[in-house]
Design a protein around this ligand. Sequence first.
Ligand code: NAP
Length: 249
Amino acid sequence: MTEQSIQRVAFITGASRGIGRAIAERLAADGRHVVLASRSEGPLNDLKSAIEQRGGSASVCPVDVGDGAALAGAIESVAKERGRLDILVNNAGITRDNLLLRMSDEEFDEVIRVNLRSAFVACRAAARPMMKGRFGRIVSIASTSGLVGNAGQANYAASKAALIGFTRTIARELGSKGVTANVVAPGFVETDMTKDLPEQVVAHIKGLLAVRDLGKPADIAAAVAYATSDEAGYLTGQVITVDGGMTMC
Ligand code: NAP
């Protein structure tokens, strides 16, 4: 098999719905084998079938990314069974919003564990097979909240801002081994995470955006597709902000 015909293997967390599902569909359409990881097995199996019906290749990996040992074990198994691991997308994420004075230790810790610690665990597990293959593409999904802050999201914004420093550090550590690491920072995207926003809040948000509309999961997936492509080898340690022109920073 030549380098050109190798099928890249991509491990995507939070693939059961929303942005993660769109990323999985896009990477599968681009010819990758996608490993679909999240807690709910039913939606993952449905997505696998949908991808296969379109001629793509997928497998299912039920895992709670908050369980570090389970997550590392899942990534190591995929690398062993498929003989390679090329792409890691740290997308799984949660919110537990509250104002600072009301935020509990549990709300803070849970968001850090699921959004940030999982990326550390996943990258550590993925780095070895990627370095061995002298190729790797890591993308972590942050948020504009991590760039400019967002009232009520001290825990979430902290987790997303920390992903940036973490990514830039591993980009420096792994770059000489052919492994890149980048962040994609979405603004407001139409998913379950944003579906309960009151109408007047959505109208206000739209008014702040240059494009005057919320993003679609596919908009984020397009940025991830580029950052994880073979041709993006010179892109590393970057934050690609996909926010309809909200922040421009
Ligand atoms: P979503 O619709 O709520 O989906 C979240 C995904 O994460 C689901 O697939 C969920 O699957 C998975 N997940 C949550 N906790 C998990 C856990 N402990 N273990 C494994 N999987 C878990 O959210 P989304 O809007 O698509 O967001 C995806 C990413 O984009 C997140 O990191 C989010 O912070 C970021 N983001 C979203 C927006 C937005 O406006 N939507 C903006 C900026 C950034 P299961 O429930 O099946 O486990």
